[in-house]
Design a protein around this ligand. Structure first.
Ligand SMILES: Cc1cc2nc3c(=O)[nH]c(=O)nc-3n(C[C@H](O)[C@H](O)[C@H](O)COP(=O)(O)OP(=O)(O)OC[C@H]3O[C@@H](n4cnc5c(N)ncnc54)[C@H](O)[C@@H]3O)c2cc1C
Length: 431
């Protein structure tokens, strides 16, 4: 198998050493086989261990190779669909359940970090500030915050006016914002590596550099094959998210996601006094443009990320666009060099919600976090394991009978390009 080059991210450069793991060779048995060593797969394995089962994870590259080792590390309770929209279309009780699941997801990350001793993940519960890029966006944010507070009794949100948002961010660009205190930031790759260490310490096995080429239903369970080995297990969890196109073994998920490339840049170290006025509370920050951008501090650097488009590789123009956007929002960074550029694939779904369920009684799936999966993948990995052992967690709108295939799948690349172009245009003209 041809190795892929891991992203040259700041996370890789600053991560604690990876746990030593081998490639799969020969035949192995397990209670649960899991494809993919991101947060979904690792968390499913930890839940399997809690249930007294032996999990085996098979990873094509290395732990955290996918989005879990490349993301912005903003940990939050949020979905891409607003809770008021959920309440409008599916009723208040369903929206309340979704709100609860969002908070459970945040709690799940906190519990893992604390109970598994993943201090190197540097989880800081500094909150998440959503910044409105214009008055219309602020009105929508304000309405949503009011619904969440009054209808769901969720007191974690606070409205900020223009001046407070300028103080909070160090930018004059925003009309106001909403601060969610039940959120924070994390070192994403250290978190993934910490989860992996806990899986191994609990008796699970993780094989890296082992692409699952085939997944077959065998008489007594499931059989996965790689070029050098095989795994027989009673149950299977597919945890490949935006990276489901590496082999045909995961095509049921591939057909249900639209992979969007998301890019990140990091500045060179900045003098400490810069942060007296630039993101002084070191929260996670996101803004409301359709082609969403987000930023945060890590040590003495600013990280800035944004959605790109459908694309198989990094694009120089996407990084340049990101740098221009960052310098537009923070003119004081105009002359600051960028030292790191990397990207990864976010899995979008047709209705912008994650999907979790059983493809058959022995096979569970969980994917489609739509760019907000640090917390939710950690939680849904656990629920995927529960589903495949016969439990019935209430998963609100995310529970599906099967991965819901994108209609006209072959058209998704040109369709995404068209939508992205249109969104970029609307963002540019301030709509
Ligand atoms: C640039 C970027 C920034 C982001 N920022 C944030 C953020 O700030 N906050 C947030 O909440 N979310 C963010 N996200 C989203 C978040 O990272 C993901 O939702 C989450 O990591 C998904 O985890 P996962 O385990 O489901 O998938 P992944 O971490 O993508 O793992 C899937 C794994 O499956 C493996 N795999 C695939 N096929 C096979 C096969 N056939 N055999 C073996 N292994 C296979 C892949 O190699 C990969 O390692 C971001 C994503 C990106 C790309």
């Amino acid at each position: 198998m041809q190795r892929m080059t891991p992203a040259p991210s700041l996370w890789r450069e600053t991560a604690t050493p990876a746990p030593p793991l081998k490639a799969l060779s020969g035949s192995v048995t397990a209670d649960v086989a899991i494809v993919g060593a991101g947060y979904t797969g690792l968390s499913a394995a930890l839940r399997a261990i809690e249930a007294g089962l032996k999990p085996v994870i098979i990873e094509a590259e290395e732990v955290g190779f996918g989005a879990s080792g490349r993301n912005g590390g903003v940990v939050s309770t949020k979905y891409r669909v607003s809770l008021s929209d959920m309440a409008r279309h599916h009723g208040v009780e369903t929206a309340k359940r979704m709100s609860r699941l969002g908070h459970d997801a945040m709690d799940c990350v906190e519990r893992y970090v604390e109970e598994l001793g993943i201090q190197q993940a540097g989880l800081a519960k500094t909150g998440n500030l959503r910044c409105a890029h214009n008055a219309q966006a602020l009105a929508a944010l304000t309405g949503e915050a009011r619904t969440v507070r009054e209808t769901f009794g969720d007191q974690s949100l606070r409205l900020l006016d223009r001046a407070e948002t300028a103080f909070e961010t160090g930018s004059q660009d925003f009309a106001g914002g909403v601060l969610n205190s039940h959120a924070g930031v994390i070192h994403p790759l250290n978190y993934a590596r910490g989860l992996a260490r806990a899986v191994v310490a609990g008796g699970g096995e993780i094989f890296e550099r082992s692409l699952v080429e085939q997944a077959k239903q065998a008489p007594a369970g499931i059989e996965l094959t790689t070029s050098r080995g095989s795994v027989r297990a009673e149950r299977l969890i597919v945890a490949t998210n935006g990276y489901s196109n590496l082999s045909s073994a995961t095509s049921m998920v591939r057909q249900a996601v639209i992979p969007f490339r998301s890019a990140m840049i990091a500045t060179q170290p900045l003098p400490p006094e810069t942060f007296n006025s630039l993101v002084p509370h070191a929260r996670g920050y996101s803004e409301t443009r359709r082609m969403m951008r987000w930023f945060r501090r890590i040590d003495d650097r600013l990280l800035f990320g944004g959605r790109g488009a459908f694309g198989k590789t990094d694009s120089a123009s996407a990084f340049t666009a990101l740098e221009t956007a960052m310098k537009g929002i923070f003119p004081k960074l105009a002359d600051v060099p960028i030292t790191h550029r990397w990207s990864g694939l976010v899995a979008m779904t047709m209705d912008s919600l994650p999907q979790i369920g059983l493809a058959n009684p022995r096979t569970a799936f969980s994917f489609g976090y739509n760019g907000t999966g640090v917390a939710m993948a950690s939680l849904l990995g656990r629920h995927a394991l529960e589903l495949v052992i016969g439990e019935k967690p209430d998963l609100g709108l995310m529970r599906r009978d099967r991965p819901e295939a994108i209609p006209f799948y072959f058209l998704r690349e040109p369709a995404v390009r068209t939508v992205v172009g249109w969104y970029q245009f609307l963002d540019k003209i301030g709509r």
